[in-house]
Design a protein around this ligand. Structure first.
Ligand code: C5P
Length: 448
């Protein structure tokens, strides 16, 4: 591969100082970096610093490009392999979502034909504001990869999501995107949208999804039939299940669904037909993915059964182990006596173990295991107990469910493959590479 080229757009905000470290990491790894800094960004880092570190001219406004013979804005926006916006402020995200091009940075973002990765940073209330969330959803629907910000104490003294992800984490996403043949989310065509099932109530794909050949979102690194999972069918379960006690109460767990959704996104990007069976989570459907929403473990088990056969199934859902043995049709009321109503539980079906024994067992069956201690030993035991091929053991001691990164060990009968802590999107992409290799080794794909 040629030396990767990154166009880094530095927005305004206190987190802009972290872009300096990002440039250093990118240069250290040998990538070519060109920086564009917004007027607000210049209040926090100087073009001179970025120029020194990137060893390239830094562009600050459209007039820098008045010599269109040297480098026009169209050329600047397209010579890169990847456009990275870090920090992406609320204002920049809003302009990107609206297609506003009123300065050099936004003009480049509108003119580019390359994948775009945005790393947001802003005050927690600005991030949580419905307007920003709407803009992020629009951008993701358009195929822009918008990272979730980190959570923690902010420069303004508030606490919550809004911090720029650490430069090393942004670098890992960039590296994973460039080093794999996989495109970033929302490449042209995403993944195929048809997933033939016998069930007549298959939900129709959302309008933002791409059909092969449609120009949706950003372009790909590889044409569809060159993608590593082209022609493969993959089923993924994700999120928690909710087990009703009465019409207003349920048993659940803390699963956010983020890792499962990232895996579904990466599978579609890799060209697979993806069926995502999701418990109740407020996450957008990744481009190119067919999603079936369920509430309970029993519903999830039935949808999985209907979704088979597939080439690989990845069971990421944190299925509730038990459900209420009897569900009350009316809200259970306190009777004033202080007596606690009995809650009898029934065991839920083990979906993974069930399909491992079924006639439709996928050739590659993968389970997840969230562990806080003796991670490998528990995963090895689970591998045997569930009858699957791999267990992705998920070390949740340092970072409980709902975080943005994961440290995983892939445990199989062939040994243990331990990965560094990575953003969930990067874990998903690496997993897709491993799955593609495994499926190719078992049954090479026929050329089109
Ligand atoms: O909850 P447990 O640690 O047993 O989950 C391990 C794996 O089994 C996960 O992949 C999970 O999705 C799957 N599982 C399942 N059905 C259950 C419980 C777990 O498919 N009822």
């Amino acid at each position: 591969m040629n030396t990767p080229r990154i166009l880094l757009i530095v927005g305004g905000g206190i987190a802009a100082y972290k872009s300096i470290e990002l440039v250093r990491l990118l240069r250290k790894s040998g990538m070519i970096v060109r920086c564009v800094i917004t007027r607000a960004g210049e209040q926090f880092v100087t073009p001179l610093t970025l120029a020194a570190l990137s060893e390239n001219k830094v562009y600050t406004n459209l007039f820098d490009l008045k010599d269109e013979v040297e480098m026009g804005h169209i050329q600047l926006s397209r010579e890169a392999d990847l456009v990275v916006v870090a920090p992406a402020t609320a204002d920049l995200l809003a302009k990107m979502a609206a297609g506003i091009a009123d300065d050099l940075a936004t003009t480049l973002l509108l003119a580019t034909d390359k994948p775009v990765l945005a790393a947001p940073a802003m005050n927690v209330r600005m991030w949580l504001h419905p307007a920003t969330q709407r803009n992020v959803a629009t951008l993701r629907g358009d195929g822009v990869t918008v990272l979730d910000p980190d959570e923690g104490e902010m420069a303004c003294g508030e606490f919550g999501p809004g911090r720029l992800p650490e430069p090393a984490a942004i670098f890992a996403v960039i590296e994973a995107a460039l080093s794999s043949p996989l495109p970033l989310a929302g490449g042209v065509g995403g993944g195929p949208v048809s997933f033939s099932r016998s069930s007549a109530d298959m939900p129709s794909p959302s309008p933002s999804r791409g059909r092969e050949g449609d120009l949706v979102g950003q372009p790909d690194f590889a044409p569809a039939n060159h993608r590593p999972l082209h022609g493969r069918r993959i089923l993924i379960t994700a999120g928690p299940t909710h087990e009703p006690i009465d019409p207003v109460r349920y048993i659940a767990n803390r699963s956010s669904g983020k890792q499962g959704f990232a895996i579904a996104a990466a599978a579609a990007e890799a060209g697979a037909e993806v069926l995502l069976i999701a418990g109740p989570v407020p996450l957008p459907t990744p481009p190119g993915v067919i999603r079936v929403d369920v509430e309970t473990a029993v519903e999830m088990a039935e949808e999985v059964r209907q979704g088979l056969p597939v080439d690989a199934a990845i069971m990421v859902a944190a299925v509730a182990d038990w459900r209420a043995a009897d569900t009350s049709a009316q809200k259970i009321k306190k009777d004033g006596s202080g007596a606690v109503p009995p809650l009898a539980l029934a065991e839920n079906p083990d979906i993974l173990a069930g399909i491992a024994k079924s006639a439709d067992r996928p050739p590659l069956l993968i389970g997840f295991a969230a562990e806080t201690n003796d991670v490998i030993a528990h995963a090895e035991a689970k591998l045997a107990k569930k009858g699957c091929d791999w267990i992705v053991a998920n070390d949740v001691a340092a970072d409980p469910m709902g975080g943005e990164s994961n440290r995983v060990h892939i445990v199989s009968k062939n040994g243990i493959d331990s990965w560094d802590r990575l953003p969930k999107a990067a874990v998903a992409r690496k997993l897709m590479e491993k799955i593609a290799d495994e499926l190719d080794a078992r049954s090479p794909r026929q050329p089109d």
